[in-house]
Ligand binder design. Structure first.
Ligand SMILES: [Zn+2]
Length: 253
């Protein structure tokens, strides 16, 4: 049974009421959720489920299951007794972690607009984001940081809409304007549009306006291979709740 994915329509939702459908070794399945499951390069959400009587269950991560299921993975050492199907729960995400994902994720769209080359790979966490571009030309760290800062300051609205495969076929110009080619054959595609900046198919969570991204800087540019340039982003101020990879140093303000 697929889970109703409330974050897909409203990424700003922090909590929702839901019903527990199943609890097993694969995780906790709810009928609906605000928890984003790891995918499209974006890390899964963490947070808490509150059970009747106020008992709280820590959720460490969220993954996709079979057939559109979204599985909430309990943190180690959580008491998983008495989790019967039909139990009402309040599902609440760790908002500071998710908002960091949303800020970085939207910033990667700005990078796509600044670096017009195909994307090879992408990873978005609360502490950093990295994007691999298929290209051979060198990239300038300071110029990219300035480009992102300009697009953030310009405060472009960010929104999404769904488009059918038929509409896509009927609008070849639309497809040509996208920085990433849309997948075909699924019936419909979710398009993420940053007004005047970027348009591409994307199922992740984003902020509502580029101004909400705040101060993001390019911390590192790496030549991953002869034909891949990796760009690493960090927040310009240290977020003590965020983890940072050994390969990226987050600049303190
Ligand atoms: Zn996106």
């Amino acid at each position: 049974m697929s889970t109703q994915d409330l974050f897909r329509e409203d990424a700003q939702l922090r909590e929702c009421e839901a019903t527990l459908l199943r609890a097993d070794e694969h995780g906790l399945l709810l009928d609906r959720t605000v928890f984003y499951p790891q995918g499209g390069g974006q890390a899964g959400d963490a947070g808490m489920l509150t059970l009747p009587g106020g008992r709280e269950l820590l959720i460490a991560d969220t993954r996709k299951g079979e057939g559109g299921e979204i599985l909430h993975l309990p943190a180690p050492d959580q008491d998983l007794s008495g989790l019967d199907a039909g139990t009402p729960v309040t599902a609440r995400i760790d908002w500071s972690r998710r908002h960091a994902h949303m800020r970085f994720h939207t910033a990667t769209h700005l990078l796509c607009a600044l670096v017009p080359h195909p994307v090879d790979g992408c990873s978005i966490t609360a502490g950093y984001a990295r994007l691999d571009f298929h290209m051979t030309d060198p990239l300038d760290k300071d110029a990219l940081t300035a480009g992102i800062a300009r697009l953030v300051a310009e405060a472009h609205p960010v929104g999404h809409r769904w488009i059918s495969d038929e509409e896509l076929e009927a609008n070849p110009t639309l497809v040509r304007s996208m920085s990433v080619q849309p997948p075909r054959g699924t019936g419909r595609v979710r398009l993420l549009a940053i007004d005047g900046v970027d348009l591409q198919p994307c199922g992740g969570t984003h902020v509502a306006n580029t101004a909400e991204i705040g101060a993001v800087v390019v911390t590192k540019i790496e030549k991953k291979s002869a034909k891949t340039r990796r760009v690493v982003l960090g927040f310009a101020t240290v977020d003590t709740s965020a983890s940072s990879p050994a390969s990226a140093s987050v600049t303190s303000a």
